[in-house]
Write a protein that binds this ligand. Structure first.
Ligand code: IMP
Ligand code: MG
Length: 338
């Protein structure tokens, strides 16, 4: 299988990290590549250990997988170096000379910007400001920082060569469809496009490099920051339902609403999804907790998944039934996806 793209279908935080980590363990891809920027946090729980990733691909859980950061991505220097050191990724993690670097000044510029912080509800991680500098062609890139020298590689060339040899590359996109600068709920969006096409473009790959595009949808919809959220439920209701979550990067409480077929349908179509991964099924159906096969799911849960499939007209290949990567139901084989 060539490139397999994992992309979010709602407002981010659908569980792309845990899905990518599962896929990395299952398929042992030659490489995992991360796009986007360090405003996104990907949480992975594997064998009881919790990892909060800001820049590294979640595919790091498979030790033989090489890790790449896209050329079109933006990283904060300290976040990158801390994570590389903390996870012991030196020698395995590569960043492109042309990847953009976010500085303290970008963070400060955003945090002073009341419109961005209060109206839009930005994470204030400097990503938008760095993007502005990139567009104005004054942003400094990874090649301008001696500290990054040991990590530099022509990521586009290495991934192209791997794909041409028939290796598998797992592409991890960030945020979600409805936070896209072009297609989301503007102006309550992030500073980049968040589609599968954009993720491939950030890596310098083409649409035909991808043979599988998995859109990740959570069993309920969450959103941090401002902007519309159809069917949003009050805080007390979320507590009652057990839908309370906090942002990985900012710690802000996430707003939430029931699963939304209209939002899902558009995201699936725009990403030309081959399949969907559904996460947090156990939050809707506690009896489903950590079940690992379709047959073990309670009938109501199976019925609900079938309803989702019908609504979005796309097969659900993966179902997350618990926080740990190992709590996954995988129907990829029976669906002929691998
Ligand atoms: P910014 O991209 O940090 O400026 O934030 C703009 C909007 O996108 C805000 O509503 C943020 O909460 C949201 N956002 C940015 N990154 C993420 C993410 O990784 N998960 C969820 N929301 C995000
Ligand atoms: Mg997140």
């Amino acid at each position: 299988m060539p490139a397999h793209v994992v992309v979010g279908g709602f407002f981010g935080d659908e569980g792309k990290g845990r899905v990518a980590a599962y896929l990395a363990l299952r398929y042992r891809p030659w490489a995992a590549a991360r796009t986007g920027a360090s405003n996104a946090g990907h949480t992975v729980v594997y064998r009881g250990e919790r990892f909060r990733l800001r820049v590294s691909p979640a595919g790091f859980v498979n030790p033989s997988t090489r890790l790449y950061i896209a050329r079109g991505a933006l990283v904060a220097l300290d976040v990158f170096l801390d994570e590389a050191r903390g996870l012991g990724l030196r020698g395995r993690l590569f960043i492109d000379p042309m990847t953009g670097v976010i500085t303290r000044e970008h963070v400060e510029r955003e945090r002073r910007d009341e419109y961005l912080m209060k109206t839009v509800g930005s994470t204030g991680t400097g990503v938008g400001a760095a993007m502005v500098d990139r567009v104005l062609r004054r942003l400094r890139l990874a090649r301008d920082y001696p500290e990054l020298e040991p990590f530099l590689a022509d990521t586009q060339a290495e991934l192209m060569e791997a794909l041409d040899r028939g290796e598998t590359v797992l592409v991890e996109a960030s945020q979600g469809y409805w936070l896209s600068l072009y297609h989301g709920t503007y102006p309550y969006v992030t500073s980049r496009d968040t589609t599968a096409a954009a993720a491939l473009s950030e890596l310098g790959l083409g649409p035909r490099d991808a043979s599988r595009i998995t859109v990740v949808l959570k069993a309920f919809v969450t959103r941090v920051g401002s902007g519309p959220l159809p069917g949003e439920l009050p805080r007390e209701k979320l507590e009652e339902l057990g839908w309370v979550e906090y942002g990985t990067v900012t710690g802000r409480p996430r707003r939430a609403a029931p699963f939304n077929p209209e939002l899902a349908r558009r995201a699936v179509r725009a990403n030309t999804a081959t399949d969907v991964a559904l996460t947090k099924l156990d939050v809707l159906f506690p009896e489903a907790r950590c079940r690992r096969s379709w047959g073990e799911l309670p009938p109501e849960a199976r019925k609900w998944v079938a309803w989702v499939e019908e609504e979005i007209d796309t097969p659900v290949s993966l179902i997350a039934t618990g926080e740990d990567v190992e709590c996954t139901i995988d129907r990829s084989r029976e669906l002929g996806l691998d």
